[in-house]
Design a binder for this molecule. Structure first.
Ligand SMILES: [Zn+2]
Length: 366
C-alpha cells in the first residue's frame, strides 16, 4: 500500500513537472540574441532575448544545485557571453551553451527551491520574445496578508504610510470579503510619469491613491495585492519598458486576482485638457468595460471631474492581464486645477474612495 502510494506520488510529481514545461509548435529555429542579468535585494532576473517565440523546459539538478532551462529549436548567437558570475545570494552563476544542434541550454547555479524561482515567456516589446527567469523572493506584495511581511520597511517607504480606519459600510464588507484585487499604482522609481505645472509627478499621487485604496479594501476583507508600495520600479533594474509593465501584469496573473486596477494621471500639452477616463482592453470582456465605467463614475462622483468616457485601448497592463482589468486616468496632472486636487490629501482620499465605490458596485452586480 505504502509502496504504491509512493509510486503514485512519483507519477504525480512527474506529471506536474511535465505540465510545467510549455509546449509550442516552433517550426523554424529561433536565434538567442542576448543574455541579460538584473539584480536587486529581492531577486535575480535572467532574461534571454530571442527573435521569435521559443519552446522551453526547465528542471532542477543537484550537486551542485542548479536549474536548467532548455530552449528548443534554438541557436545561440555567436557574440553571447557564455558564462557570467552573479553577485547574489539567490544565484551565483549563469552559463549558456549550444547543448545540442537545436537546443540552447541555460544553466543557473542556484540553491533556491522550487518555490523560489519562476520561469515565463514574454511576447512582444523591443524584442519579439524573451524568456525571463526569476530567482529569489518571487512572492508578491500582499497588503494585510497573514505572513506579517507587510511591516518590513524598505528604505524609501516613508511619507505614504496609510494608518487610518476608514468608515466602511457593512454592504461593502459583505461584497468584498475574500475578493482578490490587484492595484497597480502607475510609474514609480526611475519613471516619474507625467509632471504637472507645479512639479507634481504622476508616480506620487498614483501611489498615494493606491495605498489608500489598498487600505480601504483590506479593511473590507478583500485580499489585496499591490504592484508597488513605495516609490520604486516593479521589475528588477535594469529593465525595458515592457519588462516593467509585465512585472505589474505578473502580480495580477500570478495571484489569480479577480480584478486588476491600474491607476494613472492623464497629461496633455494644453493645460485646459481635463477630466477622468476609464480604459479597458479593446477585445476585453463586458466585465472589463463595467469595471472601467464604474470606477470612472465613482471617481467623478467624488472629485467632480469632467466625464471623458469609458474607452478601449491597447495599454499593456489591460491587454495582458487575464482578469477584468482597467486603467484609470484619474484626472489631468497637466491641468492646474486638477493637479491641485491630485496634490491634496483630500483629493487623494476622495479619488481612492471613488475607485473603492466603483469596485464595490462592480462586485455587487456579479
Ligand atoms: Zn501614466
Amino acid at each position: 500500500m505504502r509502496k504504491s502510494l509512493y509510486i503514485f506520488s512519483l507519477v504525480c510529481l512527474f506529471t506536474l513537472l511535465c505540465m510545467q514545461s510549455m509546449v509550442f509548435a516552433a517550426s523554424e529555429t529561433a536565434t538567442i540574441k542576448n543574455l541579460r542579468i538584473s539584480n536587486n535585494s529581492d531577486k535575480v532576473r535572467i532574461v534571454v532575448d530571442a527573435d521569435k517565440e521559443v519552446d522551453y523546459q526547465s528542471f532542477a539538478l543537484s550537486s551542485p544545485d542548479r536549474v536548467v532551462i532548455d530552449l528548443n529549436d534554438a541557436a545561440l548567437a555567436k557574440n553571447i557571453e557564455k558564462e557570467v558570475d552573479i553577485n547574489s545570494k539567490y544565484a551565483s552563476k549563469v552559463r549558456v551553451a549550444q547543448f545540442k544542434d537545436n537546443v540552447v541550454r541555460v544553466v543557473v547555479e542556484t540553491d533556491v527551491k522550487k518555490s523560489g524561482y519562476d520561469i515565463f515567456g514574454i511576447v512582444g516589446g523591443e524584442t519579439p520574445y524573451r524568456v525571463a527567469m526569476d530567482f529569489g523572493n518571487i512572492s508578491y506584495a500582499a497588503i494585510g496578508s497573514t505572513t506579517g511581511s507587510s511591516t518590513s520597511s524598505s528604505s524609501n517607504d516613508t511619507s505614504y504610510r496609510v494608518n487610518e480606519d476608514f468608515d466602511i459600510d457593512k454592504n461593502a464588507k459583505s461584497v468584498l470579503k475574500g475578493k482578490r484585487i490587484t492595484i497597480d499604482p502607475g510609474h514609480g522609481g526611475s519613471d516619474s510619469g507625467a509632471i504637472g505645472p507645479t512639479g507634481v509627478r504622476e508616480k506620487d499621487p498614483t501611489l498615494r491613491i493606491g495605498l489608500n485604496l489598498a487600505e480601504m479594501l483590506k479593511q473590507s476583507g478583500a485580499k489585496v495585492y499591490i504592484t508597488r508600495k513605495t516609490d520604486t520600479d516593479v521589475a528588477p533594474q535594469p529593465a525595458t519598458d515592457v519588462e516593467e509593465l509585465q512585472a505589474r501584469v505578473d502580480v495580477g496573473n500570478k495571484t489569480n486576482s479577480d480584478i486588476f486596477v491600474s491607476i494613472h494621471l492623464d497629461s496633455f500639452t494644453s493645460p485646459s485638457a481635463q477630466g477622468t477616463t476609464g480604459y479597458y482592453y479593446v477585445n476585453g470582456s463586458s466585465n472589463s468595460e463595467r469595471l472601467a465605467r464604474y470606477i470612472k463614475e465613482g471617481v467623478i462622483e467624488q472629485i467632480g471631474t469632467y466625464d471623458r468616457g469609458t474607452k478601449t485601448s491597447n495599454f499593456y497592463v489591460v491587454k495582458h492581464t487575464q482578469m477584468p482589468a482597467t486603467l484609470l486616468e484619474v484626472a489631468f496632472v497637466s491641468n492646474p486645477k486638477e493637479e491641485a486636487i491630485l496634490k491634496s490629501d483630500d483629493g487623494v482620499k476622495k479619488s481612492a474612495k471613488g475607485i473603492f465605490n466603483g469596485i464595490v458596485r462592480y462586485f455587487s452586480e456579479l
